[in-house]
Write a protein that binds this ligand. Sequence first.
Ligand code: ASP
Length: 339
Amino acid sequence: MTLPSNLAQADTPPIRLLIHGGAGGMERGKLTAEREQAHTQVLTQSLAAGYAILKAGGSSTDAVIAAIAVMEDSLLFNAGKGAVFTHAGRIELDASIMDGATRMAGAVAAVTTIRNPIRAAHAVMTQSAHVMLIGEGADTFAAEQGLEIVDPSYFHTEFRWKQLQKAIAEDRMLRDHDADVDLNTPQSGKDEKRGTVGAVALDHHGNLAAGTSTGGFTNKRFGRVGDSPIIGAGTYADNRSVAVSATGTGEMFIRTAAAFNTAAQVRLLRTPIAEAADNALGEIAAIGGDGGLIVLDAKGQYTMRFNTKGMYRGAIGNDGIAWIGIYAGNEISQENSLK
Ligand code: ASP
């Protein structure tokens, strides 16, 4: 006897993957169709990479790494290859990952030679006794672990360099999503709203994981570390509550322990996940910050909240339909079946 499909579906443990590519001033009508398409394509590739792992019974941790690595290898996001420059004219990358089953975590900060910092964060989690390594120590560790090492020039792109010169001339630190940046002309030397990347996943075993990777802010002071590699600020995962990845004004996310704040509300107060995320973003707004959070629980329920105009984001579950959004209002800009 064949089961009605809804019952068959109910027997399948939920798998889910959410990603973000940064929150900021993206407004409908300001991005050209080509730019929307370019971002949608990379976000869809990122979902496909993570989904393939989850669908095959792989772990949420591996799905998070695969999804983030795709965005780190893209020029369109401020992480890995597309990262922004510090005031000193270097690229310093931050990343972290957390496993919700064990609450093991790994992070790297201010690394300069690791092609995929998310893989280095994972190596710190699984191959060291530590949670965070920084700078030269982290770069050396990644090389020892056999991760792909690149010359710092690999990260140098002309449009990011020009973006730095502009920020220096204006004597300000550019968040990648500042409202006055130009969204459509990455090669023109104007600034572009692109950002930090992150992913949260739920695997067939009911385990959650979260990860985040970034270049930080254009013209940041060298040595500055934001929320992305800080466990509890930019990333958190606990099977008892939720997996969270953040993007936004990092200093405020650190000061409010944004990712842990969200998870703690869900675990201790049983706050619904969207409300918990909004409360965390409200605390950030109250001290002058903004950004977004992607949040997923162990039942597969999720929310993607932001108090900016837009957030690059995507979601996929058991049905293999990729959902991509850019603007506010949670409207779907594109759906693609990966099956
Ligand atoms: N949160 C990141 C940082 O502060 C930046 C971003 O998400 O755009 O480094």
